[in-house]
Design a protein around this ligand. Structure first.
Ligand code: WTA
Length: 634
């Protein structure tokens, strides 16, 4: 029992050793004592990173929503499961008790069934951060349908690509969404996307902004009347441990987004365990993660991890700057938030504003601060520590990925001494390795390399939907027998890890992973564009911003117009988050003799680090570098 909750550094080291020496005993101990199973597993783990395949708790039967909801009903039916805080600062927060959540999930699950959704069917959820989002996720899990949440900031093209990739039968959306002082026409975006999605049979529409929208006869259905008419009880579908739970798309460095598939039991066990330890959640605490449920952070640490622990999880609909930049702190004060989990980009944006926004609020309820999504720079870390944590609230800099399902490297607050910009130590069961360029593991401390994980953990994604080969190529081919994260890291003299950033062509902008290839594809769709290359450069708030180098088929008169059109194309095909901050129309791109664009050089030029461009002798035409540096920016 004691292994579930780590409360001292000594205990951490002991548990960690056990988890590495006897992983199967360790994880079966955690799984056995803290979850509800209809049948125990026959085998704890089967794995082969060459194939690759990983199966945890094979033979076990369960339903994750029983673990997240039903089993709490005997002890905490009236306690708040979800605390919903609306966008409108004058709007009232809504407390959804475990009892009420149970009823809402059951009703929603019955509506899904009434529309013919069965175990294994894919359902796309395209909703703002309103209760229906969490409820619809859980309703899918209740009946064994595979949910795929698409962040409601993605464009119609991005949405239709995802709908078609997983052959979804149904889309759940709302009439629109509030975002600060703006409203967004979500249903209009869905309508546009569905022009290209013949397999979608029905669309369920939640009413949020009461806008006048088009409802297509026979396809579109208002949610509220259907929920009201549905039964409030729904027996959970009993799932196998390895049955798929959800697909979540993430950007790759090439081509279309990757539909990461997570399965049921391992994901549940790992997210619940890491939630408890990384946030030291105690009965009665109010926990708030500011992510959107459209990202993995929201799946694991707004919905599944907290609810599996019977926690109160706060869900905020709006943005940090509405009505002003004190909103986060006002919510912390009003709801006496104990654990607060956000992203470096939000911290940097708020740190730019007056400290009055912070200081007028009582933040004394805070016990744990978290950061996730990209490396947190030292300045932001200190601002967070000094002004939000008042120097006595541990910051957990938690490193993980959509693919990992849960937090892999993180301090445990009040247990692991923190160090600015370091994610510190691996969670129990996680065996990191740093690799050199020749594929050898680098042992010892004070070393730097590419970050791999040597041994499976329960919540590792099992495949890429419909493309197992790509899964193998992307994660298991660079270093034989190991999971490659795509990140670089260093290990300091005490064995602490610091994540240094992506080593592939994924750029993290405001915490969003963007692959360079899909953006370049969007730009190249412009009739005047011959070729393009995207790189990231440092940006005060976003962490990285995007810099595009574009060559043209023939000169154009109005370059400003062209740049505007390029950004419009990107917005349409991917979403506004992928728009370029700077565009340079250039005569040529630096290429190797084999025709590969030397992004390393473009990155240096974009970052104004032109003193040391490194070796450019292998370029087909070294002169091109000078002309790129001489050209003016548009
Ligand atoms: C980066 C988000 C440094 C990293 C949960 C990773 C981080 C990618 C950190 C995954 C951190 C995430 N420090 N870098 N604490 N957390 N990253 O899939 O590059 O949206 O590979 O998952 O974000 O982003 P994703």
């Amino acid at each position: 029992m004691s292994q579930y909750h780590i409360q001292s550094l000594e205990a951490y080291f002991k548990v960690y050793r056990e988890s590495v020496n006897r992983p199967e005993e360790f994880w079966s101990g955690i799984a056995q004592d803290h979850f509800l199973w209809h049948k125990k597993w026959d085998r704890v783990l089967a794995w082969d990173f060459e194939k690759p395949e990983v199966r945890w708790f094979e033979g076990a039967k369960l339903n994750i929503t029983e673990n997240c909801i039903d089993r709490h009903l005997s002890t905490k039916a009236d306690e708040t499961a979800i605390l919903f805080v609306p966008n409108d600062p004058n709007g009232e927060a809504e407390k959804i008790s475990y009892r009420n959540l149970h009823e809402r999930v059951c009703r929603f699950a019955n509506v899904l069934k009434n529309h013919g959704i069965k175990k294994g069917d894919r359902v796309i959820i395209y909703l703002p951060m309103i209760p229906e989002l969490a409820v619809s996720v859980l309703a899918c899990a209740r009946i064994g349908a595979i949910h795929s949440v698409v962040f409601a900031g993605f464009s119609a093209t991005a949405l239709s690509t995802r709908i078609n990739d997983c052959d979804a039968k149904m889309v759940i959306t709302s009439d629109g969404s509030y975002r600060g002082s703006k409203t967004i026409d979500l249903k209009g975006i869905v309508d546009q996307a569905l022009d290209d999605c013949p397999a979608v049979q029905s669309v369920l529409v939640a009413q949020r902004i009461h806008s006048d929208i088009h409802m297509q006869e026979g396809r579109d259905h208002w949610l509220a009347p259907e929920l009201a008419a549905a039964s409030s009880s729904c027996e959970p579908e009993i799932m196998d441990a390895e049955d798929p739970l959800f697909i979540l798309y993430t950007s790759g460095s090439t081509g279309k987004p990757k539909g990461m598939l997570h399965s049921t039991a391992g994901y549940m066990v790992y997210t619940a365990y890491t939630f408890k330890n990384c946030f030291q959640y105690e009965e009665g605490d109010i926990y708030w993660c500011t992510a959107d449920i459209g990202w993995i952070t929201g799946h694991s640490y707004i919905v599944y991890g907290p609810l599996a622990n019977g926690a109160t999880t706060l869900m905020y609909e709006g943005v940090p700057s509405h009505p002003d930049c004190s909103r986060f702190w006002q919510i912390v004060e009003e709801h006496k938030v104990n654990q607060f989990y956000t992203a470096p980009t939000a911290i940097r944006a708020l740190a730019k504003e007056s400290l009055d926004f912070v200081n007028k609020h009582d933040l004394s309820s805070l016990k744990v601060l978290g950061s996730v999504g990209e490396p947190i720079n030292e300045e932001a870390w200190h601002w967070y520590n000094d002004h939000i944590g008042k120097k006595n609230t541990p910051i957990i800099d938690s490193w993980w990925q959509t693919e990992t399902g849960g937090i892999l490297i993180s301090p445990i607050p009040y247990v692991t001494p923190t160090k600015p910009t370091f994610a510190t130590l691996p969670m129990p069961g996680i065996q990191p390795a740093l690799m050199d360029e020749n594929g050898q593991e680098i042992h010892g401390n004070q070393v730097q390399g590419r970050l791999c994980i040597k041994y499976p953990w329960p919540s590792i994604a099992r495949t890429i939907w419909g493309d197992h080969l790509r899964y193998k190529d992307t994660y298991f081919s660079a270093f034989a027998g190991k999971y490659f994260t795509g990140d670089g890291a260093l290990r300091d003299e005490t064995g602490y890890y610091r994540i240094t950033g992506r080593v592939d062509d994924v750029i993290i902008v405001s915490g969003h992973n963007l692959g360079t290839a899909p953006i370049e594809d969007a730009i190249n769709a412009h009739p005047q564009v011959a070729e393009s290359a995207i790189v990231g450069y440092p940006h005060d708030i976003k962490g990285n911003a995007l810099y595009g180098y574009v060559t043209l088929k023939s000169p154009v008169e109005n370059q400003e117009n062209l740049c505007r059109e390029i950004n419009q194309l990107i917005s349409q095909q991917i979403g506004p988050i992928a728009k370029l901050d700077k565009i340079q129309i250039t005569q040529g791109l630096p290429k190797t003799r084999s025709g590969k664009i030397m992004r390393r050089i473009l990155r240096k030029i974009a970052s104004n680090e032109t003193d040391n461009l490194g070796d450019i002798s292998t370029l087909l035409d070294p002169e091109v570098v000078k002309s790129i540096m001489d050209e003016a920016l548009v």
